[in-house]
Design a protein around this ligand. Structure first.
Ligand code: CAA
Length: 240
């Protein structure tokens, strides 16, 4: 039977590419989204992948949403915690609300996504936890104290989960995309984005599919011994 994969934020940007790549690789895929009904409907129509609406920042909503996915498709074998937002501002202008929104979605949202599926993975002695972090969690970024803190936090989550899950056949890994051609990056002011591209030795933004293929590899049986690692895909912009 096909393995079941859940991708949060799975109807747009990197998440949409992950959802379709996993479907093409034979997984039964569920894509969650928070608010953009029109984009989710379009995504489902084009791909045949069902979209489920809940806010990852809300634990009870996540738990109920995931129960709905499991009722439809079966237990989740692969969870891709991808949902994330930016609320960029220089620190002296960053509001507590901008801090809170980003932490609630990008960091607590990762907990809320993994925690409900973890006991089942332990029981079945198989699981793949893949968290989409960011180059900016590795190097920091002007204007992103909130976002960089959450993306660095993702690395702590996977390194800890890797140790807890290894004996139960569960792996937990992070992917750190560099700047990828998505709506999130296109929302950065043109001048700033041009300057960023100038700092990427590859001379271009990455494509969402280039991250999706990293996810497919980490989800595969072949990646069983890769656990607690960080896979950077950033066109040589930053090395750790
Ligand atoms: N390093 C040093 N100084 C910088 C800087 C940088 N990277 N970026 C901006 N500044 C300076 C500017 O030169 C300017 O200085 P002067 O006033 O002396 O000219 C000052 O900071 C203010 O800059 P802005 O005019 O841009 O100020 P703003 O208030 O309009 O915007 C900002 C501030 C929101 C942080 C804006 O600069 C911005 O959006 N920056 C991009 C942040 C970024 O990279 N976000 C990534 C989004 S994509 C993503 O997050 C996905 C992922 O994982 C990679």
């Amino acid at each position: 039977m096909a393995r079941v994969a859940l991708v949060t934020g799975g109807t747009r940007g990197i998440g949409a590419a992950v959802s379709t790549t996993l479907k093409d690789a034979g997984y039964a895929v569920a894509a969650s989204y928070a608010g953009n009904d029109a984009a989710a409907a379009r995504f489902s129509e084009e791909t045949g992948i069902k979209a489920y609406k809940w806010d990852v920042a809300d634990y009870d909503a996540s738990k109920a949403g995931i129960a709905g996915v499991e009722a439809d498709l079966g237990p989740v074998d692969v969870v891709v915690a991808n949902a994330g937002i930016t609320r960029d501002a220089p620190f002296h202008r960053m509001t507590p609300e901008q801090w809170r929104q980003v932490v609630d979605t990008n960091l607590t949202g990762v907990f809320n996504t993994i925690h409900p599926v973890w006991p089942g993975m332990r029981e079945r002695k198989f699981g793949r936890v893949i968290v989409i972090s960011s180059i900016n969690g590795q190097k920091g970024q002007f204007g992103q104290v909130n976002y960089a803190a959450t993306k660095a936090g993702d690395l702590g989550i996977v390194k800890s989960l890797a140790q807890e899950g290894a004996r139960a056949g569960i792996t937990a890994n992070a992917i750190c995309p560099g700047y990828i051609a998505t709506e999130m990056v296109m929302a950065v002011p043109d001048k700033v984005r041009e300057a960023i591209i100038g700092q990427i030795p590859a001379g271009r933004l990455g494509e969402p599919e280039e991250i999706a293929r990293c996810v497919a590899f980490l989800a595969s049986e072949d990646a069983q011994f890769i656990n607690g690692s960080t896979l950077s895909a950033n066109g040589a912009q930053f090395f750790v």
